[in-house]
Write a protein that binds this ligand. Structure first.
Ligand code: ZN
Length: 236
């Protein structure tokens, strides 16, 4: 693999499409894996949360459980890269700080895209997933009914990205992480976390490739609305 390919993230579609309720696209899981072995996203009909870890795709459905995924399933939004951390920091005894603020503190620049992988034990994890939806129901409404799951003293991995604020139309700005338990049985989109002993791997990703969907829904959608507030509510 060339270094150039390693340091590029691939977005299958701009996040604004799912914010506006376009939950069906034609990108397959097989196509996603051509662009990375690491990342996150969702599935067509917004059927759960996606984790891509070590080249394997996991689907955390609305029951909070992780399922295997076939190569021909499709996604309306996924972000992946080939993960090769520049730095790995060990935190044997994190200073009583929420995981998001800990990661924010060690990220070198707000203006860079970073791939982030955290492995270890977590004292408390609050995650969510979403049940399947029909098109055109804005994500912010769906997220108000999301099932949430809480875990205590659980081992696993957090997989995701830090995205600069100025990319908020194309990806989720700030730190966006999905959780997968060590035994690969449960997880979801991370809402809050109190870390135990962890290691944090960070890779800078200075290039972004993005697909623009060729579906009629996408091509005819009006994107004039400012979706920043919806995104903030739906993803936090
Ligand atoms: Zn998410």
């Amino acid at each position: 693999m060339s270094d150039k390919r390693k340091n590029t993230a691939y977005l299958s579609a701009p996040v604004n499409a799912i914010i506006e309720g376009i939950y069906k696209e034609k990108t397959t899981i097989a196509q996603i894996l051509e662009h990375g072995d690491f990342g996150l996203g969702t599935f067509n009909r917004l059927d759960g949360e996606m984790v891509v870890m070590d080249g394997i795709v996991y689907q955390m459905k609305a029951d909070g459980k992780a399922y295997s995924v076939s190569m021909d399933e499709q996604t309306p939004f996924a972000c992946v890269t080939f993960f090769a951390p520049d730095t790995t920091d060990e935190f044997p005894d994190p200073p009583g700080e929420d995981l998001f603020s800990l990661v924010q503190r060690i990220i070198p620049s707000d203006n860079m895209l970073y791939a982030i992988r955290i492995d270890g034990t977590f004292k408390h994890v609050k995650a969510r997933s979403v049940p399947p939806q029909d098109n055109y129901r804005p994500l912010v409404e769906v997220a108000r009914e999301q099932p949430e799951f809480e875990y205590t003293d659980i081992s696993g991995s957090m997989i995701g990205f830090h995205t600069p604020q100025f990319l908020s139309g194309v990806s989720v700005p700030g730190i966006h992480l999905h959780f997968l338990s060590d035994d690969k049985t449960c997880g979801g989109h991370l809402l809050a976390c109190d870390p135990g002993p962890i290691s944090v791997g960070i890779q800078h990703v200075p290039q972004l490739t993005m697909g623009l969907p060729m579906t009629l829904d996408f091509l005819t959608m009006g994107f004039e609305r400012d979706t920043a507030k919806d995104l903030e509510e739906a993803e936090r």
